[in-house]
Structure formats: C-alpha cells, structure tokens
Design a binder for this molecule. Structure first.
Ligand code: PA5
Length: 449
C-alpha cells in the first residue's frame, strides 16, 4: 500500500537554500520532546501511540454498539462541538455519497450533527425533522458540561423518550464522555446508557481515533478498522527513528514554520473535492486551537476549490503576500465520468470530449498552483492516492503528529485552549449562571457605562 506524500518543492523555492534543513535539528528536538513526554501539555499525549494500541476487541465493541444504533434508528444525531464532532464529520462526509440525505438509503441511518451551535432555528428545525422518526443520539462531550452540547442533548433526550419510549431511548442513546466527571457521565450512569470513555490523556481535537470519532463513523457504515490501520501505518512512517526527509509530518512542520519565519502568517488549506470541506474544518480547529497562543501562531484558513477560486481566488492571487497554501490532492476519484461529444458544439467544449471530468479538475489544480506560485504564494501538496478509510486514517495522524511537532517548535503548549474560556465566562455571567454572581455584576456595570 502506498503512503500519502508531501511535496514541498513549490514552497521551498520561496525560502533560502538551507531554511528547511536548518529546521532539522529543531524538529528532532521538538519530536523528541513529544515522544519523551517532556513538552508542555505532556499529560495530553495519549493520541501519540493511540492507533497502534487499538485492539481488534475494542473495534468489535464499537462496531457492536454501532449495530444497535443502525438496527434501531433511521436517523442518528451526533451531539458534540469542536473536537467532539469535527473528526467524525470529516470522515463521514469524505466517504459518503454527496447526496446521501436524498438517497432514501435504508442501509445507513441519516447522520445529523447538533450541539455545535446555540441557534434556536437550527434546533427547532432539527427537532421538527426528527418528529415521528426512529432516531437515536450519540452524546459526545469530554468535559460533559459544554453548554452547546448539553443544551441540545436535554432537548433530544426528551424528544427521544417522548417519541420512542423510555426503554427504547435507553437503547439508542449512547454517551461518549469522561470516565467519572461531568453531567454527561452522571446522566449516562443514571439512565443506564451504553457509554464509552474518552481517555484522560487525549484532548478533544486529537480524539477522532477514540470512540468520539470511531462510533459515529461506524454508525454511518464505514470501516473503522481500516481507518485505524491507516493511522497506525502513518504512526510508523512518522516515528522518531525515521530520517527527517522521509518523515512527512516532520517536513510539513519544518516547512510551515520556515514559511512563518519568512512572514507567511496565514496557511490556507485547499481541496478540490467538496467532500473534503470538513477536513478543512477539522484541520482549522486542530491547528488554530493548538497554536494560536501567546500572541503567536499561523492563522489556519481554508478554501474549497474550484468553487472558491470564484470568490477568494482574487485575494489569493493578488492580495497581501502573507499567505501560503497546502493543497490536498486526491489522485484517483472513486467514480468515472467521461465528457461527451456534442455535434453542434454550441458551448465550444468539444476540446474536452472523451476526457474524464477529473482530468479537467486536475488541470485546474495544476494551473492554479502555477498561477499562485507565480503570484508569490508558496504551495505544499499532500498527495493522497484515493479517498477511503485507510488514507483518511493516514491523513488524520499525519496532521496530528505534525501539529504536535509544530506547536513545540513554536514554543507553546499545543494541548491546552485557555483562550476558549473567555467567551464562556462572559456568557455565563450574562445568563446569571449560579457561581458567576461577581462576574455578572462586573459585566453589567461595564455594559451600562
Ligand atoms: O479540542 C478541544 O479540547 C475542544 O475543541 C473540545 O473538543 C470542545 O470544546 C468540546 O469540549 P467537550 O468535549 O468537553 O464538550
């Protein structure tokens, strides 16, 4: 089996001859600090050897629970936010038919996502859609107290019990949460839900290969053993004893940090497949929440091409030269569509007749890369042989390992997210949450000024 490959030649040409190799010893030290557990946030390194430690028995247990949900539900709602849903959504959307929700496919339940916003309209419309449907819920929250998810879960639990009865609700509600702490754990234990534990030493955005991601992915009908196999192979390919130039995560970490040193403060993740939109979202969270600290960090942005070439393309081609791109390039599509000949050729497109649509997409990709490089935008390319569970596993681990290395290079604690608390504190104060009396007073005084 081939591995995914990173091509940095069109990024390195923007750097001095030794800029990348100068990073080699720093990357080695950063990776050693990860592997030896001496870096900041070292109590959150459980993801590092997670793929190789997942047993067939564990996969079987996850699949067994997934089967209960698949057998008893037409719709399964994945309730979670941030790291508690983005990984699952990434894999499910990348592997699903683009029109899955219109297919009336009795084989697989429809997967919905909730608990990732507080929009009343969103919740009302979802609850309305669920009326009369055989639905189940996977309630995912490591802390078990996240407002968006907890609020949504309370609504879904009630509707599920009202619609399906307490006994069936108990069967089709599954919790993925902490072993002991949090309201999600308390509820799961009290109600007797099947539950899975998120290991203490795996942070939310690194948790896709725990039941946080594995359970929803299995419920959607995908092969989680293959996903884990891909990740485990990438764990080997990026191990500490792999030479720098052969370790794609090390090279990616080095290249993005060398570009950052050269004033490229924004990394744009690019795909040419709409199915990869959520890979962009997952990656943005992984890097944004891990590195954006202490006034530092590359800003992770993302676009879906060729769609966004007709919107953001102008900015990328000619805007401020503080950006670089990382393109996810899928070598082989899963379908084949040949462009037909038309005798009248009214649209003038006969020059494409007989070609695969993917060839046009690939030429758009190549043409864009050349144009953006000419426009002063360094380009990296992650070459993926095809879109399946195995390669998604590789991609996930590749980015996780590179993120761990990159955060250490930057000198931040990659695994915390202290900045996320600021909005919560204000929101709780404004909502008069018990325990926030002092903050409530202060914030009201500030607003009345
Ligand atoms: O990466 C993280 O830790 C966060 O993005 C969390 O995943 C997110 O805030 C959700 O937290 P929880 O799973 O505790 O509900």
């Amino acid at each position: 089996m081939k591995n995914i490959q990173l091509d940095i030649t069109k990024a390195a040409q923007f750097l001095s001859a030794n800029a990348i190799s100068a990073y080699e010893p720093k990357v080695k030290a950063a990776q050693e600090a990860l592997e030896n557990g001496t870096c900041p946030g070292n109590d959150f390194l459980g993801w590092l050897h997670l793929p190789s430690s997942i047993t067939p028995a564990f996969i079987a247990e996850v699949n067994e629970t997934a089967k209960v949900l698949r057998d008893n539900c037409e719709v399964v709602v994945v309730a979670g936010i941030g790291g508690s849903y983005l990984g699952a959504r990434t894999v499910i959307e990348a592997l699903s038919n683009s029109f899955q929700w219109l297919l009336n496919d009795s084989k697989n339940p429809v997967i919905l996502y909730a608990g990732n916003n507080i929009s009343e309209d969103y919740l009302a419309e979802m609850c309305d859609y669920l009326k009369g449907k055989k639905f189940g819920v996977i309630n995912i929250s490591k802390s078990g107290t996240t407002t968006e998810t907890a609020l949504t879960f309370r609504l879904l639990k009630k509707q599920c019990e009202d619609q399906r009865g307490k006994e069936m609700a108990q069967k089709v509600i599954v919790a993925v949460t902490d072993a002991k702490k949090g309201a999600a754990r308390t509820t799961a234990d009290k109600e007797g839900y099947k539950s899975f534990v998120i290991p203490d030493n795996v942070g939310g955005r690194f948790s896709v290969l725990t039941p946080v991601g594995l359970l929803p992915i299995a419920v959607a009908g995908f092969d989680i053993a293959k996903l884990v196999e891909g990740a485990a192979d990438m764990e080997k390919a990026t191990a500490i004893d792999v030479p720098f130039t052969e370790n794609p995560s090390a090279v990616y970490a080095a290249c993005r940090n060398a570009l950052y040193d050269a004033g490229k403060k924004i990394e744009i993740m690019v795909n040419y497949q709409p199915k990869l939109h959520y890979l962009n979202e997952w990656w943005k969270q992984l890097y944004g929440e891990s590195e954006g600290k202490e006034g530092k960090g590359i800003f992770p942005a993302a676009v879906d091409f060729t769609t966004d070439l007709h919107s953001m393309g102008q900015w990328i081609q000619e805007g401020e030269r503080t950006i670089y791109e990382t393109v996810i390039s899928i070598e082989q599509p899963n379908h084949k569509v040949l462009f037909p000949t038309d005798e009248e050729n009214l649209d003038g497109l006969n020059f494409l007749a007989g070609k695969r649509v993917d060839e046009v997409n690939k030429m758009a990709e190549l043409g864009t890369q050349l144009a953006h490089v000419d426009g002063g935008v360094p380009n990296m390319r992650l070459i993926v042989p095809e879109l399946n569970e195995y390669y998604l596993g590789q991609i996930i681990y590749f980015f996780e390992k590179a993120c761990g290395i990159s955060g250490n290079l930057l000198g931040v604690n990659t695994f915390n997210q202290p900045g996320v608390e600021a909005y919560k504190k204000n929101m709780f104060a404004l909502l008069n949450k018990p325990g926030y009396e002092k903050e409530s007073e202060a914030i009201r005084a500030r607003l009345n000024k």
